[in-house]
Design a protein around this ligand. Structure first.
Ligand code: NAD
Length: 364
């Protein structure tokens, strides 16, 4: 089994560098314990890259990523860069091209609530007292976000804007196959979400998902319209396992599922291609409102590293141990600012990272 890996570290802006430090501590620990050998190389991306090199995704950053086995990203963007031209903004000019370049067609967003941590959820106790474990499988590089033409037009009569939503059969097949393969390793249950009562792309989506399901007779497939799905997830999240979504729908659904666990600061994500190369990053953004204060929750970044070890490096045992240590720290009452109702009794970013690190050192 391969034991030497290279990770490109792109901390980015806002809280990115603060929470990334806590993941790097874990990588250092794994190296120190000689469990695996991970070489890390840090590159600028997003606003900080605009400041230094006048572009959000400099060539040397992209080259560094190409020479790595996977990417661990913090977050990009912030108020400092809101007034620049839309196509040069940190998120648009760095994340979208990176996803497209590496063909990262699948976005995975786990949303897990341990039954004993139900108090973190904004939902009522009677709904979440048994916890839930959902994973959103979102198609990431097609649909309305990428479809062309898009733009604005002025005519004598009107001024309008337009976007194009396109899904090709093979794009739907690819993401559906991924979801079905994943379902075989989980509860063999998929809910596909679409708007096939209105949209042509959604009709094709549903048809192809049904066609793909014939290869996986042991997986239970059901369908929900987008608007209904939003309601059903809030009403009873524990009945869901895999949610299979087109790009825009997945963007909304994954955020909804995420917040049900209590804080966006705990949510990791993975964007993968067919070769298990991926970008792993917190679901949240650069959180400018708390950046520089050492109060951000590092869990999303640490769990993103855990996903990287599992999905890109096939190191499932180490990944499980990291997840266990995160859960252990929460169950023992350790929490960061975002999880603390009183806002008086919380750990700082580095203190939370150190607790998880301490537990992990005992486990390895
Ligand atoms: P955000 O996710 O940055 O912040 C929303 C709220 O969540 C804030 O109150 C913030 O403090 C909180 N939050 C986020 N991460 C947290 C953490 N780890 N710990 C504790 N609290 C956390 O979303 P926003 O305010 O809409 O966006 C801010 C900037 O980030 C924008 O420029 C946006 O474009 C960018 N953004 C980047 C990414 C990315 O890099 N992938 C994703 C989303 C937003």
């Amino acid at each position: 089994m391969k034991k030497n890996f290279k990770i490109a570290i792109l901390s980015g802006d806002g809280i990115g560098p603060e929470i990334m430090k806590e993941s790097i501590k874990i990588i250092d620990l794994l190296n120190k314990k000689k469990i695996i050998k991970i070489e890390i190389n840090e590159y600028d991306i997003g606003g900080i890259a605009i400041d230094k090199y006048n572009e959000a995704l400099p060539k040397h950053t992209l080259n560094g990523c190409k020479n790595s086995d996977s990417i661990l990203l913090g977050s990009v963007g912030g108020p400092k860069w809101t007034n620049i031209e839309a196509h040069k903004k940190p998120e648009i000019a760095s994340l979208l091209p990176l996803r497209k370049y590496f063909n990262l067609f699948v976005n995975l967003r786990p949303s897990y609530l341990h039954p004993k941590l139900y108090k973190f959820s904004p939902l009522k106790k009677k709904i979440v007292k048994y916890g839930f474990n959902i994973i959103c499988v979102r198609e990431l590089i097609s649909g309305i976000y990428y479809g062309l033409p898009k733009g604005r037009k002025k005519t004598k009569k009107s001024y309008y804007a337009f976007d194009t939503s396109i899904y090709k059969k093979e794009e739907i097949e690819r993401i559906a196959n991924f979801a079905f393969q994943l379902a075989l390793k989980r509860k063999k249950k998929i809910t596909s979400i679409d708007k096939s009562n209105v949209l042509e792309t959604s009709k094709l989506w549903k048809e192809i998902v049904i066609e793909t399901s014939k290869k996986y007779p042991e997986v239970n497939l059901s369908h929900l319209y987008f608007d209904n799905a939003v309601m059903q997830i809030i009403k009873n999240p524990k009945i869901f396992d895999i949610l299979l979504c087109p790009n825009l729908i997945g963007d909304v659904i994954s955020d909804e599922c995420g917040i049900l666990t209590g804080s966006i600061g705990m949510l990791p994500s993975a964007s993968l291609n067919t070769k298990n190369f991926g970008i792993y990053e917190p679901a949240g953004g650069s959180a400018p409102d708390i950046a520089g204060q050492n109060i951000a929750n590092p869990i999303a970044q640490i769990l993103s590293l855990s996903m990287l070890l599992k999905y890109s490096f096939n190191l499932k045992e180490i990944s499980t141990k990291i997840n266990y240590c995160v859960e252990k720290s929460l169950l023992q009452g350790y929490k960061t600012y975002d999880l603390d109702e009183t806002k008086k009794n919380f750990l700082n970013t580095n203190q939370m990272g150190d607790i998880i690190l301490k537990f992990l050192a005992q486990e390895l």
